[in-house]
Design a protein around this ligand. Sequence first.
Ligand code: SF4
Length: 143
Amino acid sequence: MTMSSTMLESAKNLEIFVPVVVVRKVAEEFEGDVPEERASLLSLPGVRQYVSNAYLSLHIGLRQPIVDSNVVRLYGRFFGFSFDGETRRKKWLLELAAALTLPRIFKDYNYAILDLARKVCKKKPLCPECPLVLRCEYPLRRK
Ligand code: SF4
């Protein structure tokens, strides 16, 4: 697949441009198949740890932690550590997340933690509705 300059010009922002570039690279360098190795995935434009781990875990079936900013917030509150926008890229955080992502149920765990972080451990957390409330540091510290 080749991309004309008209197509590139029509990609008005990064949100549109990145997927187009990824599709082109997959088509040209990987013969149309999305690669299944981390290094190759990370070579794709705009693909970083989160996307590569999500793809490897949920589509390829390899045990990988999936950590987005919501999950960092949940872990930070649960364990009682401070966090900011860079925390999700820290090696120690990824190691912690990897240890929590249990073998055999890693896919279910990843879906569950992403869901819980997004829907329950929101910016304004719904602690009384959370299944982790009895073990979580956050409500204890706020008493
Ligand atoms: S108890 Fe509250 S702060 Fe802790 S994980 Fe659940 S929603 Fe988040």
